[in-house]
Design a protein around this ligand. Structure first.
Ligand code: ATP
Ligand code: MG
Length: 214
């Protein structure tokens, strides 16, 4: 269980996030909506550990993560500008996290190929990522995010760069993968339809507070 416990953050005297508490269970997706500048990305960065909150705690299974650095939290992040490595092929982009964890390269590549197979991208494994379509690149980004079996997935407007058709297709696909992987997922989106399709629970961040949507 991912837990945000009474998180508060100000910028320039302005209360951006005020006493926000939230829980996301494994296998569950919780959506976070809100106007531009309302603090959604800030909250995700706090959960990821990229930023320390002024007050409040982030917990996993009841353990305070304050002293756990981002790379040891077991959370995967996927931002809108998913920043794949252009000099690497698809397989090595996906294998990257495993190689970083010191898995032998051959094993990491075999695991990446197996995941790409499940994502319908086996044929593209040896292509450079920039030869792929936007939707394909997004799938590679998701494969790269989840290959290390994160316990939580933090998605910041993952489909906003895509056209409506592709967005719909990918959100169904992502939902399926999130459910089958058992990850706790926090989804930031502007799009209420996307939230409805993917999340079991949704909140709007408004004046620093969470207002329940459903
Ligand atoms: N490190 C920082 N220092 C000062 N101000 C910051 C910092 N990080 C974010 N802000 C401000 O906090 C506000 C919220 O930013 P944030 O990126 O969390 O919004 P958001 O809800 O994700 O918006 P969008 O929907 O446009 O992505 C913005 O006004 C931003 O300028
Ligand atoms: Mg944002």
């Amino acid at each position: 269980m991912l837990e945000l416990d009474h998180i508060t953050q100000h910028y320039d005297g302005r209360p951006l996030v005020q006493d926000v508490s939230l829980r996301v269970a494994p296998g569950q997706t919780v959506a976070l909506l809100g106007a531009s500048g309302s603090g959604k990305s800030t909250l995700l960065k706090i959960v990821a550990g990229l930023q320390t909150p002024e007050a409040g705690r982030v917990l996993w299974a009841g353990q305070d993560l304050a002293s756990v650095p981002p790379e040891r939290r077991g959370f995967a992040l996927m931002f809108q500008d998913f920043a794949l490595f252009p000099h690497l092929d698809v397989r090595d982009n996906v294998a990257f996290g495993l190689i970083e964890q010191r898995q032998p390269k051959a094993q990491a590549r075999a695991d990446a190929e197996a995941l790409l197979q499940r994502f319908g991208l086996a044929a593209q494994a040896r292509q450079k990522v920039w030869t792929l379509s936007g939707g394909e690149q997004q799938r590679v980004a998701l494969a790269r995010a989840i290959i290390t079996r994160p316990r939580a997935l933090l998605l910041d407007e993952p489909f906003s760069a895509l056209d409506a058709d592709l967005r719909q297709q990918l959100r169904d696909e992502f939902s399926k993968r999130i459910a089958e992987s058992g990850m706790a997922c926090l989804l930031v989106t502007h799009d209420e339809a996307e939230a409805r399709a993917m999340a079991q629970q949704a909140w709007r961040l408004q004046n620093g507070r969470l207002v329940p949507l459903w």
